[in-house]
Design a protein around this ligand. Structure first.
Ligand code: ADP
Ligand code: MG
Length: 283
């Protein structure tokens, strides 16, 4: 082999033991069965750059975990994927971002419809100050997904069943969503997202405000949801990333350092920065 004639591809398998410069994403950022993709993504808040040249595919029906130290751009990148950054006036996003091959930043794309296709669940459960029923029915009404009351009832029931909450609330559908426990509220928010039949669900630290039992219920639920949906989850818990995801993306200071199947990331990280993080040397 002649190294000079064989330049390294952008995804290299070499182990960068002593060089913790970030040269580009290593591992396998690209997949065959693509649901969403980003190319050359930079994000700025006014003059401050928060994301540097991210190139990533998210595969259909996979759970991809996004990990990394606080402030490294995980939430910012997640918000790129459903244009939630549009709501932050100083935020500017560049690059090409596709959902099923469609440019989500094109003028033709309605951000409200995009967010119905790419739903989001936040760290702090945020049910509307409405009944459990109306929380779940909200999006279906907004998008005209039910022709009559009985269809709407069906959407609400099915969504609550899929979110693993129906049995606990079926006799209380007209009580306030905000009266539920934290774990139940988070499942209510997942039911609300599911009710409009999204293709992708973005979850930004969805269990960090929950106790271990509520967390375990949500993690089990995610495993079932991936049959029908694609999920990108930001998590501070490496155990959670290892338990729920098939691929893991490691972010550091706004750069996507390494992406690989989750097992490889946690047992055989290729980049020194990934190894430092997963072995607890920083973060
Ligand atoms: P993470 O989710 O990994 O903790 P964030 O995406 O929240 O990281 O933040 C990445 C960087 O962008 C940080 O430097 C943060 O201060 C900055 N940032 C995030 N949101 C905003 C905002 N609304 N306005 C200005 N700067 C922001
Ligand atoms: Mg965040």
């Amino acid at each position: 082999m002649n190294d000079i004639l064989d330049p390294l591809p952008t995804t290299t398998e070499s182990r960068e033991e002593f060089d913790i410069e970030i040269k580009g994403t290593i591992g396998q950022p690209f997949v065959k069965n693509v649901k969403m993709s980003s190319r050359d993504c930079d994000v700025f808040y006014a003059d401050k750059q928060a994301i540097f040249n991210i190139n990533l595919d998210i595969g259909a029906n996979e759970i991809i975990a996004m990990i990394g130290p606080s402030g490294c751009g995980k939430s910012t990148y997640l918000r790129v994927l459903n244009r939630m950054n549009d709501t932050i006036p100083i935020c500017r996003v560049t690059g090409q971002h596709l959902l099923e091959g469609e440019n989500i930043y094109s003028k033709k794309m309605d951000p409200v419809l995009l967010r119905a296709r790419v739903g989001m669940v936040f760290q702090k459960p945020n049910p509307f100050p409405k009944s459990i029923y109306d929380n779940v029915a909200y999006g279906a009404r907004l998008h005209g997904l039910a022709a009559n009351k009985s269809e709407l009832n069906e959407v609400v029931e099915k969504s609550l069943i899929k979110a693993g909450l129906f049995n606990e609330v079926k006799d209380d559908l007209h009580k306030a969503g905000t009266g539920l426990s934290g774990g139940q509220q988070q499942r209510l928010c997942i039911a609300r997202a599911i009710a409009i039949d999204p293709e992708v669900i973005l979850m930004d630290e969805p269990t960090s405000a929950l106790d271990p039992i509520a967390t375990a219920i949500i993690e089990e639920l995610m495993d079932e949801l991936k049959e029908n949906y694609t999920i990108a989850i930001v998590t501070h818990s490496m155990q959670q990333a290892a338990r729920v995801s098939q691929r893991t993306a490691y972010f550091h200071l706004g750069k996507l350092v390494e992406v690989n199947n989750t097992n490889t990331i946690f047992t055989n990280p290729k980049h020194q920065l990934t190894e430092n993080y997963i072995t607890g040397r920083f973060g």
